[in-house]
Ligand binder design. Structure first.
Ligand code: 4NP
Length: 156
């Protein structure tokens, strides 16, 4: 059975597209492409249709990765459609669950950093207003979290 994963941040141009692309990279490396579908979305709608932020694409490129995608806004239907929804920070988590007033889907929504194996961060920091270091850090953190997430999904 195919599992559908959705990564969510605020703008869907920095953190969640990075998570989606890194997760797809790890899934491909393990030859598990038939088992997972990954997507990403933002709780805000300002950047709908935009590519991942060029600073994020530049940081990815340095590691030989091409980040692709087109930003879209998270919607209530996503709670029904996806099997697992990964929030980058606590605000994202709150805003996702605000679209589930009856609390039917709470169990599907998790914090991305809960899957980290080496980092102790509780949230993926928003790199938007900072420098290149922030983008590099987000990629490191997400490799850790996506690796842990894939391990967890494989064991279930
Ligand atoms: P993201 O970063 O949530 O990781 O995509 C941001 C992108 C845009 C804005 C904030 C955060 N913004 O305020 O436009």
């Amino acid at each position: 059975m195919t599992k559908k994963l959705l990564f969510v941040c605020l703008g869907n141009i920095c953190r969640s597209p990075a998570a989606e692309n890194i997760m797809n990279h790890l899934i491909e490396q393990e030859g598990l492409g038939d088992h997972f579908i990954c997507d990403s979305a933002g709780t805000g709608g300002w950047h709908v249709g935009a590519l991942p932020d060029r600073r994020m694409r530049a940081a990815a490129k340095e590691r030989g990765l091409d980040f692709v995608g087109s930003a879209r806004q998270f919607e209530a239907m996503d709670l029904r459609e996806f099997d697992l929804i990964l929030a980058m920070d606590k605000d994202n988590y709150r805003n996702i669950l605000a679209l589930d007033p009856q609390r039917k889907f709470t169990d599907k929504v998790k914090m991305m950093c809960d899957y980290c194996e080496t980092h102790t961060d509780k949230e993926v920091p928003d790199p938007y207003y900072g420098g290149a270091d922030g983008f590099n850090y987000v990629i490191d953190l997400l490799f850790d979290a996506c690796g842990g997430l894939l391990k967890s999904l494989k064991s279930h």
